[in-house]
Design a protein around this ligand. Structure first.
Ligand SMILES: CCCCC/C=C/C(=O)SCCNC(=O)CCNC(=O)[C@H](O)C(C)(C)COP(=O)(O)OP(=O)(O)OC[C@H]1O[C@@H](n2cnc3c(N)ncnc32)[C@H](O)[C@@H]1OP(=O)(O)O
Ligand SMILES: NC(=O)C1=CN([C@@H]2O[C@H](COP(=O)(O)OP(=O)(O)OC[C@H]3O[C@@H](n4cnc5c(N)ncnc54)[C@H](OP(=O)(O)O)[C@@H]3O)[C@@H](O)[C@H]2O)C=CC1
Length: 283
């Protein structure tokens, strides 16, 4: 079987034996790889995404790795569908131990041109959808007196994200929502953290044009994109007891992008070419 699972993981076999991990957006990319990592380490999986075919393909791969799997096509933008998914997870597995909110995305656009429907689609997915999942899980953990662990996949927002202002706003919302409930929910033994990937080579790069994709390869001082395993290892750390004293934190895995780098999802506009670059090109 060809999978994204990382056979070189630093984590020990059986680490997640008896644990249940819910991963949203597990039909592709980072979500699929992270679900495979948890399966490899012994977890049972609940997975969701909109596209049922890709989701079932992931479910098959996870079962080949020995995991029990509940796979549900749904959108995290529908709070009732989220409630139904959580109810099913509790019915099937008696609960979940870890919630990985990985589902998300955006489209590149100058902020001046984003239409209300596009703005709402991105904010509804990345902020509202993530919140519905967080609250639905936390309500059940509280009701059953179970501890919980939430990891929200966000982005490197600290210097803004030009050409994807909608996602930057939504992810910033998730970061500070997470910090807020990390405090509120500590008394229920629920940890809440975020993981901010830099540019990580996945098929999703193909949603962006050639210039955008090229900029993702030079978006940090290491001057290359990260690998999926860089993220699945970080997620595993946050999901495990190795991070049991960590809550309200953002783990940034970005090759230094938050400090230096010039990523442009739609290519760098001429205005941002620096004078010395223009004169060098002119000879
Ligand atoms: C610096 C760090 C770099 C990191 C590099 C990579 C980062 C990543 O995050 S890669 C992973 C990303 N994956 C995706 O982004 C997935 C692809 N995106 C989407 O699925 C959509 O953008 C979505 C998140 C908005 C999906 O929502 P959905 O409701 O399915 O959206 P619709 O297609 O129905 O469109 C609704 C509305 O949105 C506007 N719109 C959508 N796409 C575009 C576009 N390409 N350009 C401009 N506007 C777009 C538009 O207004 C749509 O309405 P209509 O006009 O009626 O179609
Ligand atoms: N790759 C990168 O460089 C970076 C990625 N990220 C974020 O990491 C996450 C994973 O990215 P990546 O794997 O590269 O991208 P993908 O586009 O491959 O993954 C996003 C997943 O989310 C699912 N999804 C989207 N909307 C919904 C929804 N409304 N309900 C349920 N599932 C949904 C998609 O499946 P479906 O369409 O079937 O619903 C898809 O499987 C995303 O949130 C992304 O924005 C952040 C920074 C950098």
């Amino acid at each position: 079987m060809q999978t994204n699972a990382n056979p070189k993981t630093a984590f020990r076999d059986g680490l997640f034996e008896g644990k249940v991990v819910l991963v949203s957006g597990a039909g592709t990319g980072l979500g699929k790889a992270c679900a495979e990592q948890f399966a490899r380490l012994g977890a049972s999986l609940v997975i969701c995404a909109r596209d049922g075919e890709r989701l079932q393909a992931t479910a098959r791969d996870l079962r080949e790795l020995g995991a029990k799997v509940l796979a549900r096509p749904m959108t995290i933008r529908d709070p009732e569908a989220v409630q139904a998914l959580m109810d099913e997870a509790w019915r099937e597995f008696g609960g979940i131990d870890v919630l990985v909110n990985n589902a998300g995305g955006q489209f590149a656009s100058p902020a001046l041109e984003i239409k209300p429907k596009g703005w709402l689609a991105v904010v509804d997915t990345n902020l509202n959808g993530t919140w519905y999942m967080m609250q639905a899980a936390a309500q059940r953990w509280q009701k059953h007196g179970q501890p919980g662990n939430i990891i929200n996949v966000v982005a490197v927002i600290w210097r803004g994200l030009p050409q994807v202002a909608h996602t930057c706003a939504a992810r910033a919302g998730v970061v500070f929502l997470s910090k807020s409930v990390a405090v509120e929910w500590a008394e229920h033994r629920i940890r809440v953290n975020c993981l901010a990937p830099g540019t990580i080579q996945t098929d999703a790069f193909n949603y962006y044009n050639e210039q955008g994709r090229a900029s993702f390869q030079q978006a940090n001082p290491m001057k290359h994109a990260g690998e999926i395993a860089d993220i699945s290892e970080g997620l595993t750390y946050l999901a495990s007891d190795a991070s049991k004293f960590v809550t309200g934190e953002v783990l940034t895995i970005d090759g230094g992008q938050q400090l230096w780098g010039d990523p442009w999802f739609d290519g760098r506009p001429t205005y941002f070419e620096l004078d010395y670059e223009v004169s060098r090109r002119a000879g």
